[in-house]
Design a protein. Structure first.
Length: 120
């Protein structure tokens, strides 16, 4: 499993609308055509900063292209467009790839607890 985080800025005053959009959209298909699995996605907001954390089993480029083709994600991106501080093009796999690469946060560390039985 790999974890990735992307970040983007929204316009001041858009926080409530963006929070509603990001909490209410239909999830994408969880498996890409090549078998990569999107395991989870979490979204955090702090003021006008949005951070999306995704966990996948497989290849990140596959997930980027897959999400760009998903109708629910395309609809969400169109609805988010007026609220973004920096415009982006998520209408194609190439546009999604460009955005992901520019918004990808550097992974510093992950710490995972031992299973409960091993910790005793």
């Amino acid at each position: 499993m790999q974890r990735y985080a992307i970040t983007f800025q929204i316009k001041p005053g858009s926080e409530a609308a963006v929070k509603e959009l990001l909490s209410a959209y239909d999830p994408p298909e969880w498996v890409t055509p090549d078998g990569t699995r999107l395991l989870s996605t979490s979204i955090f907001m702090y003021g006008t900063t949005v951070v999306r954390v995704i966990e996948i089993d497989g290849a990140l480029p596959s997930v980027m292209a897959h999400l760009a083709r998903q109708p629910s994600i395309q609809r969400l991106e169109r609805e988010l467009d007026p609220h973004l501080a920096v415009p982006r093009d998520m209408s194609s796999p190439e546009g999604a790839r460009s955005f992901f690469l520019s918004a990808l946060m550097e992974h510093v560390t992950t710490r995972v607890a031992e299973p409960a039985e091993a910790a005793r």
